[in-house]
Design a binder for this molecule. Structure first.
Ligand SMILES: C[S@@+](CC[C@H](N)C(=O)[O-])C[C@H]1O[C@@H](n2cnc3c(N)ncnc32)[C@H](O)[C@@H]1O
Length: 276
């Protein structure tokens, strides 16, 4: 392999879609429980999924509200293609960069945004637009991650214990610079945009000793992507240990381990557009 760096870049785009799909698969029950928890007095006829990615939320929403018309909006054509394959025509798909002018998104009673708001250039402006899109009394369901999922036990890998934590610490420094809105407290910002936060919850995911093939692939895709942001910050020994974990043929690699678990947290806000 002469272009190690290039090959990692090449894997990057593919990995994001792969991670989103695996995330949806591994966390399906948690996602369904978030959707089931939403305080919706009557089944919405129209729903918008903002920054839908490959459709984790879109499909979970459709499972609870099968008669609703769901509009999935995202800037990534590749993600939307994947969503279209999975949804099989039952979803209106709109390709748009939500940092620019918004296309016509209909008249939804429920707007959902999962792990997408923090990507927006001006999330407070996005919140005001969501407010204006909803009717008075309409619901905005906001889901955000506090951090990226963890997979390895703290004493792994045997030769470099704590590697995952060190890699995440390096990644946090990177993200603090490049994605400053991640992990924000959205409650006051929702209020400033004209919403009342009706309910808020933290969903703690801890899938222990998960030995399923999907968890191994989820860990592999996630840590492969993490490598691209931390490769210059890790010590050579840590980077070498990370590469062994990422090697599908290594006997202690992620795909072959039986000690992985999935540990992550989602925060959810159910925000109602104020009535006049
Ligand atoms: C972490 S993914 C979350 C996807 C999905 N909501 C989920 O929960 O699996 C963030 C998504 O937001 C999309 N996104 C980021 N910035 C955007 C923008 N300015 N306009 C539209 N979509 C955007 C990305 O393309 C990506 O699909």
């Amino acid at each position: 392999m002469t272009h190690a760096h290039g090959s990692h870049r090449h894997g990057h785009d593919h990995d994001q879609a792969e991670i989103l799909d695996l995330d949806a698969e591994v966390l399906a029950e948690h996602l369904a429980s978030i959707v089931a928890w939403l305080p919706v007095p009557a089944a919405p006829r129209a729903i918008v999924d903002l920054g839908s990615g490959t459709g984790a939320g879109t499909l979970a929403l459709l499972a609870r509200f099968p008669d609703a018309r769901v509009t999935a909006v995202d800037a990534s054509p590749a993600h939307l293609r994947r969503l279209a394959e999975k949804a099989g025509g039952g979803v209106r798909i709109v390709e748009a960069d939500l940092d620019h002018d918004w296309p016509d998104l209909g008249a939804p009673e429920l707007v959902w945004a999962s792990a997408s708001l923090h990507h927006m250039a001006d999330p407070d402006a996005t919140l005001r637009r969501v407010h204006d899109l909803l009717p008075p009394g309409g619901l905005f369901a906001l889901v955000e991650l506090d951090g990226f999922p963890r997979f390895l036990p703290p004493d792994a890998p045997a030769d470099r214990p704590g590697l995952e934590d060190r890699a995440h610490a390096a990644s946090e420094r990177h993200h603090a610079e490049h994605v400053p809105h991640r992990g924000a407290d959205w409650g006051p910002r929702l209020a400033a945009a004209g919403f009342t936060v009706e309910a808020e919850r933290t969903v703690t995911v801890n899938i222990e000793k998960a030995a399923s093939a999907s968890v191994g692939r989820y860990a592999l895709s996630s840590l492969r992507r993490l490598r691209t942001t931390v490769e210059d910050a890790l010590s050579p020994d840590d980077l070498a240990a990370l590469d062994r974990l990422l090697d599908p043929d290594d006997p202690d690699g992620l795909l072959r381990r039986d000690d992985l678990s999935v540990r992550t947290e989602r925060r959810v806000w159910a925000a109602r557009r104020n009535r006049p």
